[in-house]
Design a protein around this ligand. Sequence first.
Ligand code: DC
Length: 651
Amino acid sequence: MDYLDLAPAIHASGSVRLPGSKSISNRFLLLAALAEGETAIRDLLVSDDVERMLEALKALGIDWQRGEDNDFRVRGAGGVFPVKQANLFLGNAGTAFRPLTAALALSGGHYRLSGVPRMHERPIGDLVDALRQLGADIRYLGNGGFPPLEIHPAAVKAGGRVTVRGEASSQFLTALLMALPLTGAGATVEVVGELISKPYIDITLNLMARFGVAVERDGWRAFRIPAGARYRSPGTVFVEGDASSASYFLAAGAIAGGPVRVEGAGRDSIQGDVRFAEALAAMGARIEMGPNWIEARAPADGRLRAIDLDCNHIPDAAMTLAVAALFADGTTRLRNIASWRVKETDRIAAMATELRKLGAAVEEGADCIAVSGGLTFVPNASIDTYDDHRMAMCFSLACLGRVPVRINDPKCVNKTFPDYFERFVGLVAPVIAIDGPSASGKGTVAARVAEALGFHYLDSGALYRLVALAAIRAGVSLDEGAALARVAETLPASFEGGRIFLDGTDATEAIRSEACSAGASKVATFPAVRAALLGRQRAYRQAPGLVAEGRDMGSVVFPDAPLKVFLTATAEARAERRYKQLIDKGMSVSINTLLQDLRERDARDSARTVAPLQKSADAELLDTTAMTIDEAVAWVVERVRRRLPQAAARS
Ligand code: DC
């Protein structure tokens, strides 16, 4: 199985722009599809669950287009779906399955809806029962009360009252409310039993109102859709950042120093999960909020406290609290979370099983979980994620327990947050990017800075040198970009204990030959070679941090590096250093030849069109012409200390 290993992390800080909210994205898409007129949706979440909704809408005859970035245009049907027969596969997307079931039941067509096996274990009987009260003809194709479903055309009763149970999922009420305006006749929905996850109903009502349907309500018991209500496009709508996704980053800030800032959701958000920040504050975290951002830092004394919380209002973000609880003094109790049992997996059981792997004492109840804190983490736990994006994201926090953690099937985050792990690692593994010309001494300086900080070290030039060496050995011409890119893609290189290996044999000295130096500079001019090495370089970013040296570390490979240094020296000084090195090794060279070679290589590295060697505006200049190596190392370490005090605490 695919897995991701997270290195022990000691600190988290930085800022993250949140992807769009899943709940808002899928609601906007359905409302825009049913509305009169065209809707421009900006910042839509692009993830598996939203893709399922987009595919379904296309199959149902809704015309939509993707524009730049995550901007979409949807031409509404102005009522029920135009296509009257369709077979829809909705994966594991509850936010697509439930609302589409209701809208299709009132659309007068013949439809089949199915999903992945887990979707067929997630109950939908409460919604079907409610729709049948309206005369809808819905049949179970598998087990009674669960998908897959078949919908037949039926005469829907206009007006009247519908009852729906509120205890299992608020999505049933959401689905009914969003679909009922299709009857045009008005209706009242009464909720039976306690309604869970109420803030999601607030989102539904808020978005319906933006599309012209104002629902009248009696608290949480009854909701009335006025007769004649119709959806009309408001023109352009913006999707807020996902407040549930914010929880992992905020928790990281609360656990491991911070500040961590999330952008895209804040005080003005319509999502209930922004109240996750209050739960963190109750644990002692220091929280600040703006209209569309939230920032979290660890408590002043560094110690989080256990809490006892009814989590009805934050069911998804509450999972993050269960993992944060490991870092708190005392036992955290999370109550009123029955809905966890019927989500992507049985989240109470899954959470308990995986928390125990980390060494925690966990008690689970029917609708609650208790997690002991103050943990000494078990290293190398292999965390299963149950095809549940939130399990994967929550458990990334475990590496802040200063232990290595393996996350199995990490790609399940594609459901709502495809690049989650890149963003998370960005917070726990700061990059110090050191770029500069050949023989500037940046290699020695970077390696020593990495050692001083306890960070990982990437010599990106060695990768280009290895490509040149592998190509020379394989007889591949250094002028053939495509062939060189294939060499780069499959480069059998490894770095162990300061030695560099190609195909299992030590190539540490071989790649420093003049032939490899000149060859590396040549192969590095091909965009396809650079692209082939990009992922490999980024994989070096691991907690507690990385010192990466090369030509384009700050500009291309790690543009978000919190510290970028452009390290240089005059060509004469560099030629003289290289000359001394070679003489020490007993090699006879002419200093003038060295100087000329360096100038040629500088010219080629600076003049190439892709990722040329240049000091970027946000890099600090370090001219080492008159400096010793010790002085240069001290200069960089001092900058790291100032910029990233906690990350540099070990040095
Ligand atoms: O740093 P070095 O001398 O080992 O680099 C060898 C060559 O690789 C150099 O001529 C330019 C190229 N290079 C690059 O283009 N981008 C990098 N990030 C690192 C090196």
